[in-house]
Ligand binder design. Structure first.
Ligand SMILES: Nc1nc2c(c(=O)[nH]1)N[C@@H](CNc1ccc(C(=O)N[C@@H](CCC(=O)N[C@@H](CCC(=O)N[C@@H](CCC(=O)O)C(=O)O)C(=O)O)C(=O)O)cc1)CN2
Ligand SMILES: [Zn+2]
Length: 759
């Protein structure tokens, strides 16, 4: 029988139960036992759902209290000194959370994007002579836990090559040097799983979707040569893109099975059918784990049938393309979606049903699932023909967009002169990135407003109060370019999604971003346009309170695209251009409303970069073009800012320069300004605000620290082009951190002004 299977289930739980449990624990309101009980209850519920959906291979061990890469690191004893681990037994929960979130003595491990998703993992930090020990066989514990509930599961492990490729070493040496030390620990994990009765173990190696050096390919051969002997059958899973040129390596490995992402990596199927050993089991990732559209069941079944004809049909599995971590839990929770859209969607729970249907169709023939196939056909046909999806006005506006619309009126040096006289800023101007703390009070008001418990007038009055307080406080401490604080926004993308035509939004469509932090990505389902101004009301209000410039605050087109669920019937580029044109109108309206500085955030520009180098230039070309399309309608004297964070930017510096923003603020604190070397080398032409406060940590930096960072920056870059700001927005911080930190930041800027004088 064809195996209906899953690679990973969302962890956050119904209505973000895990978030609630974690945050209660961190706040000291519940102990470890309560947290662990809640986590176990979630796992059990998730296994039961999957069992109930008829899946034969149910994953275990992929659940995590914070992040699965951190789980792997702590399981392997890859715990740097100073976090309270004795080097022997299991890693305590306190140590685990200290690694994830930092504590009084130590900063958190670095956090970065999981491939091209909006999920963030903690980067394992390894010593050059790192020793690995099995602190606790986590997948085994999970496998047994499921077994005690009467459920047989398929354990999941992050593979050794991916683990090392995603890690960093303290001295910059290649983590792959540690492979031989690591493999024996993996072998033991697998042996113990086999002894406990695990038949097949899923071992994830998503780095196979990347360009790999020969050294990494050799590492696969070495590692899997040893691991294949450990006991259980190995299902090697790759996802997020084609395995492509890594296929010869993969097909030479002595593994029992191979999972293919047939949504993003469908190109692999032909070569695999031609070249794979006949006894290699194949897991067909047909149901998209990265998007929320319902599967085209007929097309999925046809692909499965094609494989079944070419291969031993007993060795086939039907699966999602990747773990379902990246989609919301349950469409049934959503009652407010447009009816014609809801029929086209599938969240994690619905995807399980699709997987089972495809497997059944393969085993029992089309007739057995005829009704489901008809329903799928009808939904797809209805969408293709829908008048709500296609908007002629949007199409013609896009067709008429010219190259000239992507250019400012004058070059930067000319604009700079105009902006200096218009804005009258001191040297080392100070500013913040946009948001101020989203306090419980702010969120409660929004929740009450959404429920109808308070009316528009009461909600607006509350936002006005917070904005007024924020403006007068910023004036009082002496910031130069102010922000309104973003109190009216739930999330920087969701907020715009809720105001643009072509978007739908969910009530409970949460997806984990990191730890307990979640996002509810809007769904772009139709052509995008802007029915009315989106931010002008609050920008105008804030500007009316002060003589100082208040920044208009927008999320850029690429970031809106990247952090939404996107259409698959038109290219991403086209959707991005539609968003860009809508934002262009917003930029023009802000300028008309008297806003002199407009920030267009693009923190996800780097995240959208294709995983394979060969596709990057094409992406960057349209991404830059879209930003410029949004940013360019304004006069020379109107200053355009952009902001980026959460990524390494070295490899896209040319594109960053090509944005031609007048000012860029960028995360730089953790790297101690190292990033600026790259800006210096490339002679980055415009103004820069390298962050001087790591806002991911509750620590309040001293003025002297920030001044020292600024001096480092001033040594690299023209001091006349430097701005002073935090690394990112302050929505996740508390006011009792923000107040002293920003006062210190202003003091740091003043010190630098006093110490240097204009040349
Ligand atoms: N989309 C997106 N991606 C991003 C970022 C980002 O800002 N946005 N930043 C980077 C890091 N990722 C982050 C992701 C999420 C959050 C974050 O703070 N998320 C919030 C939710 C944000 C939100 O939409 N909040 C809503 C809903 C708030 C809420 O939970 N309301 C309660 C009720 C509140 C109460 O009564 O107290 C409910 O509905 O149950 C609002 O403010 O309105 C959270 O998990 O806590 C921060 C950083 C990279 N990716
Ligand atoms: Zn940011």
């Amino acid at each position: 029988m064809t195996v209906a299977s899953n690679l990973g289930f969302p962890r956050i739980g119904h209505r973000r139960a895990l978030k609630t449990a974690l945050e209660a624990h961190w706040a000291g309101k519940s102990g470890e036992a309560a947290l662990l009980r809640e986590a176990a209850a979630l796992r059990e519920a998730h296994w039961r759902h999957q069992h109930g959906a008829g899946l034969a291979h149910i994953p275990s061990g992929e659940f995590s209290l914070y992040d699965h890469v951190l789980d792997t690191a702590t399981m392997l004893g890859a715990v740097p000194a100073g976090y309270g681990w004795d080097g022997g037994g299991p890693v305590s929960l306190a140590t685990y959370f200290a690694l994830a979130r930092g504590n009084a003595e130590k900063p958190a491990l670095e956090m970065t994007k999981w491939f091209d998703t909006n999920y963030h993992y903690l980067v394992p930090l390894l010593a050059r002579d790192q020793r690995f020990v099995l602190t606790e066989n986590r997948p085994l514990a999970s496998f047994r836990e499921a077994a005690s509930s009467g459920l047989r599961t398929r354990p999941v492990l992050l593979g050794p090559v991916s683990f090392l490729r995603l890690a960093k070493t303290t001295d910059g040496s290649d983590p792959l040097d540690l492979l031989d030390a690591l493999v024996p620990v993996y072998a033991r994990i697998l042996r113990e799983l086999a002894e406990a009765g695990a038949v097949m173990v899923q071992i994830d190696e998503p780095v196979l979707a990347l360009d790999l050096p020969a050294r990494a390919r050799d590492a696969f051969a070495r590692a899997y040569g040893a691991l294949a002997k450990a006991g259980p059958e190995l299902l090697l899973a790759s996802y997020f893109g084609p395995i492509g040129d890594n296929l010869p390596t993969v097909l030479g490995l002595p593994v029992a099975g191979l999972h293919l992402d047939l949504c993003r990596g469908s190109l692999d199927l032909g070569p695999v059918l031609e070249q794979a050993r006949p006894d290699l089991a194949l897991s067909l990732g047909l149901v998209n784990g990265r998007n929320i559209w319902r599967a085209d069941l007929r097309a999925c079944l046809a692909t499965a049938q094609r494989v079944a004809e070419a291969r031993d049909a007993r060795l086939l599995m039907i699966a999602p393309s990747c773990s379902l971590l990246h989609v919301p839990l349950d469409l049934a929770e959503e009652t407010g979606l447009p009816a014609e859209l809801a029929g086209n969607l599938a969240f994690a729970m619905q995807k399980l049903v699709e997987i089972k249907l495809i497997a059944r169709g393969l085993d029992e023939g089309e007739a057995a699932i005829a009704a489901a196939l008809d329903e799928s056909d009808a939904a797809i046909a209805a969408r293709a023909a829908s008048d709500s999806v296609h908007n002629k006005a949007v199409a013609s506006r896009l067709a008429e967009a010219t190259d000239a619309m992507t250019r400012r009126r004058s070059a930067f040096p000319v604009r700079r002169v105009a902006q200096r006289s218009a804005l009258d800023l001191p040297r080392f101007p100070t500013t913040t990135i946009g948001s101020f703390p989203q306090t419980t009070e702010v969120r409660r008001a929004r929740a009450a407003h959404a429920k109808g418990a308070i009316d528009d007038a009461a909600y607006d009055a509350a936002i006005e109060t917070w904005t007024r307080e924020a403006i007068s406080w910023q004036e009082a401490i002496g910031l130069d370019v102010l922000v309104h604080g973003e109190f009216e926004r739930n999330d920087m993308v969701q907020y715009f999604g809720e105001r643009l035509a072509g978007f739908a939004f969910t009530r409970h469509g949460w997806v984990q971003s990191y730890g307990s932090r979640c996002v509810a990505p809007p769904i772009i389902w139709a052509d995008v346009s802007r029915p009315a101004p989106m931010t002008v009301r609050w920008a105008r209000f804030a500007q009316s309170l002060t003589e100082k410039p208040v920044k208009g605050m927008l999320t850029g087109p690429v970031t809106v695209l990247q952090w939404s669920f996107v259409r698959e019937d038109i290219p991403r580029e086209t959707t991005c251009r539609q968003i860009a044109l809508a934002l262009r109108d917003e930029v023009a309206d802000l300028e008309d409303a008297g806003i002199r500085v407009i920030q267009i955030d693009e923190p996800a520009l780097r995240e959208g970069l294709p995983l394979r180098a060969a596709e990057r230039d094409a992406y960057l070309a349209w991404a830059v073009d879209c930003f410029r399309l949004s940013a360019s309608p304004v006069r020379d004297a109107t200053q355009i800012h952009t902001h980026m964070c959460y990524a390494d930017f070295e490899d896209i510096l040319d594109a960053i320069a090509a944005l031609d923003a007048d000012v860029i603020s960028i995360e730089a604190t953790r790297s101690r300004m190292a990033l600026l070397e790259a800006f210096e080398k490339r002679n980055y032409p415009n103004e820069i605000g390298p962050g001087v406060w790591d806002i991911h940590s509750p620590r309040v930096p001293e003025a002297a620290e920030m001044a020292a960072l600024l001096e480092r920056a001033a040594a690299r870059l023209d001091p006349d082009r430097l701005w002073v700001n935090p690394d990112c927005g302050l929505k996740t911080r508390r006011w009792d951190e923000v107040r002293p930190a920003l006062e210190n930041m202003v003091a740091a800027a003043r010190r630098l002004r006093a110490a240097t004088h204009s040349t």
